[in-house]
Design a binder for this molecule. Structure first.
Ligand code: GLU
Length: 337
């Protein structure tokens, strides 16, 4: 390789960066812990950096003391991060409640470019006017576009009695992306979700906007998260496009379910990481179980996250939900695992 070519290769190999973005609204359970482990492995296997971001915009649901507990439990498991609320970093702050002016600036850019419009509809009005089927997840009914074409006079009139939320004007046509676990996907956001909210009437930015602003600002290149967020990805890609930001690669890992195939819950004996830790479970036994649930190790192997980095590939991850047997959790507490 010539010197020039070498320089080219260097400048064209961007730094990879992964992240985990927990909401401090409840303790980490084994499903969240597995997502954290897989996002960490994906970044570390690429030789990338890893950031921890706290998504605490939903103030009424944030539980005091939960953030330090989550961070402590992730460290107990053997994960580490180069950037985060406790260690700082170049793209801080790493707590969304401290980044409000960034979301406001992004909203302003969207507004200036005509990508958003004020919406005066109440939830009840949307529910009543929407004959269309529900959107692709539990986001509620498709927004029928009621406020899309209000005149300036109509807007001014409605703004007298109600503060508006702001909706993204979704363009026609499919959005395509290649998911690192699920493969090629397309979604028609306008047909399924409709124009979606990017800022609530009380001024709080919506998850969709905050996550795009933050992943772009933190130069995240690998988003690995639970596949309950797969339906959000097309909306986020539309925001990347509208804000002229470079999108990351996305990989959505299947959720952990109980033996009955239902979303993991208390009745499956699914304890939080904290409960497992207090109950005497060994962190390498917990990591071993999470790795087994991801098809990375055979049953009964104890390991540290760092043991799993070599050769890790998201492409080999099973696409089906991972089923957790209650007996396996109990064995962690008995020290048998
Ligand atoms: N804060 C979100 C959650 O805890 C994750 C968002 C994301 O990874 O994009 O579900």
């Amino acid at each position: 390789m010539t010197l020039e070519a070498g320089r080219e290769a260097l400048t064209h190999t961007p730094l990879r960066r992964g992240r985990f973005a927990p909401s401090p609204t409840g303790p980490l359970h084994l499903g969240n812990a597995r997502t954290a482990l897989l996002s960490w492995l994906a970044a570390r296997a690429l030789g990338g950096r890893y950031a921890l971001r706290v998504e605490d915009l939903d103030a009424p649901r944030v539980r005091p003391g939960m953030e330090p507990r989550i961070l402590d439990e992730l460290r107990w498991l053997g994960l580490d991060w180069d950037e985060g609320p406790d260690v700082g970093g170049p793209a801080g702050p790493y707590r969304q409640s401290e980044r409000l002016e960034r979301y406001a600036a992004a909203l302003e850019r969207l507004r200036a470019a005509g990508h958003v419009y004020p919406c005066f509809c109440s939830r009840a009005e949307i529910a009543a006017s929407a004959q269309a089927p529900h959107g692709p997840s539990d986001d509620g009914p498709r927004y029928p576009g009621t406020c899309r074409a209000l005149s300036a006079a109509e807007r001014a009139e409605r703004a007298r009695t109600r503060a508006p939320s702001w909706r993204f004007r979704v363009p026609h046509g499919p959005v395509a992306f290649d998911d690192g676990v699920h493969g090629p996907r397309t979604a028609d956001v306008l047909a399924t979700v409709g124009d979606f909210v990017v800022a609530r009437a009380d001024g709080v930015p919506a998850y969709q906007l905050a996550v795009v602003v933050d992943d772009a600002a933190m130069e995240v290149t690998e988003v690995v998260r639970g596949d309950d967020l797969l339906p959000s990805t097309a909306r986020q890609l539309l925001l990347y496009r509208a804000l002229a930001l470079a999108p990351p690669r996305f990989a959505h890992v299947p959720l952990v379910v109980g033996e009955d195939g239902e979303r993991l819950a208390k009745r499956h004996g699914a304890l939080s990481l904290g409960e497992l830790r207090e109950g005497g479970a060994a962190p390498d036994a917990v990591t071993g179980l999470l790795a087994e649930l991801s098809g990375l190790t055979p049953p009964g192997v104890r390991c540290r996250p760092s043991d799993l980095v070599a050769g890790f590939s998201l492409a080999r991850l099973p696409r089906a939900p991972a089923a957790l047997a209650a007996a396996r959790v109990a064995a962690l507490l008995d020290g048998e695992a």
